[in-house]
Design a protein around this ligand. Structure first.
Ligand code: GLN
Ligand code: ZN
Length: 756
């Protein structure tokens, strides 16, 4: 048993979409108007109860609540404290529909902005706060959940976004305003909630402050100090656990150690050196520390000896040490046992959320000195470490033989001249980012092929028919560089992972990306190679149907790693090089098949950017060469494109330049082309295609609007280097929007070309 009044073993959060994506289906049915709010609430309650009872039955000492969300935990916080913008609250909708309006937008009230949750692939909804924002505890969800759990005999530990992180994640509605100025407004609302939770018999509350895993200013550390002194001074409150994750806490560790909170959760996985710093922090003496030794971000089984050593190091300095996950388990799938088609040997190396809970319980007992059997875990870890099938001597020899010149092409200006001779493109060439709308026919054909209902020949015919249609449409529209439309791809990473060695793909390994959207990250477990061409057949077919150049479409090594669960037994550099070589081979085969333009997408380049500035150089040191290795085998005449999206490129602009792609298409519509000036400042002087319209919105831009945007772009970039394209791929849109939008796009290019 764990000591009375301590938290004991726990997890910082848990998946909520449902083991069979029940929440996704319930949400989408509700949005489509085919079910009632009551039905949706019933599904939600069932999922919460299922989570709590599972965690209890697995033996955790402390069960988290409020890890459920209908859309996003940051939006929950905004709604809970009455801080939704007026454009939603004045709609006169029910609380739930007001919440969904903020998440998804309605005709006259565009949704809150969505952005990545730190360096993960989860997206949160950005609060909008201004000098006049006020907070009041208007929601009851954390309290309702406590009552639900107590009805099952469980007193849970509510998990909330902490006040300082909440404000730091917000966007100011007025220039020059810092949402952190609202701290004193916000704290009373948190205090009121804490007091109400105490009334419900809650013993512990978890406040998440992951913002402090990134570099922060002194004023922000001061806000952290102020917040927790203020909240802790209330007499009538549960005990406070503050969780910092996604990295070491830096200066925030000392701040929190000296504040009068009762417990601290530390991520001991992301940054091993952080353990020493935490251990050296004498002020932890009066606190319980949750040692986050089970990785919440990856899917490998925990090495029990390494993990326990880290936790044990803290025992000498903290009042009590308990075992936890490094962060919420939101970022991993539910249950590895659901994967019945998996290679059993690989499966034994893995732990998804459910298995990680078992690990926490086991390691917690071991840390308490109980006699538990760690040998199965040790054996699994040792088996992975020694597995022959991970190693491919050919791949290793190739990586070892790489030379600096393998990442260098001849100078850009010489390439550009050779490419222009070969491609003969007009000024302001037009193109798209790759995918065309995925019609239900296309999706049905892919699904039928996967389940064997459609044979290979019939499938090929279906895809070719689609490619024909897309090529004809592009010719008709008058685009200059065509694409095949990507109808055969379920996902831009999984499609490649399925064809590369060293990867396993899951059937049920869904992870929430945003709202009801989930992704299934492939598992990169061994050396990577490319047994056969992966895209050549489709691209070559498309090229055979037109005289215009067709652009081959590949996913780059950084993005493949970012959107997979990656092996942790070798440096990322080595893994990235292997993936890059596979992409390089594909580029060579596309060239050999007569393809003259190849796009290697790197939309995740920004996402992997380390939170601490000090770690960024090391990141660029592997990421940039990996892209260059993938692309620089191309002949001078082959035009290499790349594509970036997800705004805010500031810190990666020099890296974008260093990729040395001939043409870079980049999201720019929402920022009104501002990125072009930033690229200029970073010394970028190659082809660039700022997205001229936002594909995330169903709105069709008219030609005048596009012409004026391109004119703005032309003030930053000369016509010889400027491309015209949408912001991103078109696969989530319908033809009713895409066709007119592209017609206007080509129209704008022609209009400007005709000008003297
Ligand atoms: N080529 C991909 C597409 O068009 C790029 C997607 C992305 O950037 N996320 O869909
Ligand atoms: Zn994109």
């Amino acid at each position: 048993m764990h000591a009375v009044n301590t938290i004991g073993t726990t997890v910082l959060g848990y998946p909520r979409i449902g083991p069979a994506r029940e929440l996704k289906r319930a949400l989408e049915a509700y949005w489509a108007g085919t079910t009632t709010e009551e039905e949706l609430q019933t599904t939600a309650r069932r999922l919460r109860e299922q989570t709590w009872t599972t965690l209890r039955d697995q033996g955790l000492d402390s069960i988290p609540s409020s890890t459920f969300s209908f859309y996003d935990q940051v939006l929950d916080t905004t709604a809970l404290f009455g801080a939704l913008p007026e454009r939603f609250t004045r709609l006169g909708l029910s609380p739930l529909d007001t919440y969904f309006a903020a998440a998804r937008g309605v005709p006259d009230a565009p949704a809150l902005e969505m952005t990545k949750w730190f360096d993960t692939n989860y997206h949160y909804l950005v609060p909008e706060l201004g000098p006049n924002s006020r907070f009041a505890l208007t929601g009851t969800t954390p309290i309702d959940e406590v009552r639900e759990a107590r009805a099952l005999g469980i007193t849970p530990r509510p998990v909330l976004v902490g006040p300082v992180t909440f404000l730091l994640l917000a966007k100011a509605t007025e220039p020059g305003f810092s949402p952190l100025e609202l701290l004193d407004e916000l704290l009373p609302a948190y205090a009121e909630l804490l007091s109400e939770l105490a009334d419900e018999g809650v013993e512990w509350v978890q406040l998440d402050e992951p913002a402090f895993a990134a570099d922060r200013a002194t004023s922000e550390f001061n806000a952290l100090t102020r917040a927790y002194h203020w909240l802790a001074k209330e007499k009538h409150r549960p005990k406070l656990l503050v969780a910092g994750y996604f990295g070491g806490l830096g200066r925030a560790l000392g701040v929190l150690a000296r504040s009068p909170i009762e417990a601290l959760a530390l991520d001991l996985v992301t940054d091993a050196s952080f353990v020493d710093k935490a251990a050296a922090e004498g002020a932890l003496r009066d606190k319980e520390v949750l040692a986050g030794i089970v990785d919440g971000r990856n899917i490998w089984r925990t090495d029990p000896d390494v993990a326990l050593a880290r936790a044990a190091q803290l025992k000498a300095t903290a009042a009590h040490v308990s075992v936890s996950t490094s962060c919420s388990l939101l970022h991993v799938p539910y249950d590895v046992e659901a994967e019945t088609d998996f290679n059993p040997r690989v499966k034994n190396w893995l732990a998804f959320a459910q298995q990680k809970v078992d690990e926490v319980v086991l390691l917690g007992r071991a840390l308490n000195g109980e006699n538990v059997d760690l040998n199965p875990a040790r054996a699994a870890v040792a088996d992975r470490a020694s597995a022959e099938e991970l190693n491919d001597a050919g791949v290793r020899a190739r990586v070892a033989a790489l030379q600096p010149e393998d990442t260098v092409r001849i100078p850009y200006l010489e390439r550009a001249a050779a490419q222009q001779k070969s491609l003969n493109l007009p000024p302001l060439p037009t193109t798209t980012i790759g995918s065309f709308p995925q019609t239900s026919e296309v999706r049905r054909a892919r699904a039928a092929h996967r389940t064997g209902k459609l044979d290979d020949n019939a499938y090929r015919t279906a895809m070719r028919t689609e490619i024909d249609r897309v090529v004809r449409l592009q010719e008709d529209l008058g685009l200059d560089v065509l694409v095949h439309g990507e109808p055969e791809r379920n996902d831009m990473v999984q499609y490649f992972a399925e064809q590369l060695t060293g990867f396993a793909t899951t059937d049920f390994g869904w992870v929430q990306s945003y709202g009801s959207r989930c992704v299934r990250p492939p598992i990169l477990f061994g050396d990577v190679s490319r047994p056969n061409p992966m895209t050549v057949g489709w691209t070559q077919y498309a090229q055979s149907r037109t005289d215009r150049p067709v652009k081959g479409m590949l996913t780059g090594p950084v993005t493949i790693l970012a959107w997979s669960f990656v092996r942790d037994d070798q440096p990322l550099t080595d893994t990235a090089r292997q993936v890059a070589l596979a992409v390089r081979d594909e580029v060579a085969d596309l060239e050999a098949a007569g393809i003259r333009v190849v796009q290697v997408d790197e939309p995740a380049l920004r996402e992997l950017l380390p939170l601490h500035a000090a770690d960024r150089e090391a990141y660029f040191d592997w990421a940039v060469p990996a892209f260059r290795l993938a692309t620089s085998g191309a002949a001078a005449t082959t035009q290499i494109h790349t594509h970036m999206c997800y705004s805010e490129f500031g810190d990666v602009l020099p890296a974008i330049d260093a990729l040395d792609a001939d043409v870079t298409s980049i999201e720019a519509a929402r920022s009104k082309m501002e990125v072009l000036a930033d690229l200029n400042d970073a010394g970028f002087a190659r082809g660039v295609g700022p997205g001229v319209y936002d594909i995330h919105s169903p709105r069709v831009p008219d030609q005048t609007e596009l012409t004026s945007l391109v004119r703005t772009a032309l003030s930053a970039v000369p016509a010889e280097r400027l491309w015209i394209n949408p912001d991103c791929g078109l696969k989530t849109r319908g033809y009713a929007e895409v066709e007119p939008a592209l017609r206007h796009l080509v129209g704008a290019a022609r209009e400007l070309r005709a000008e003297p």
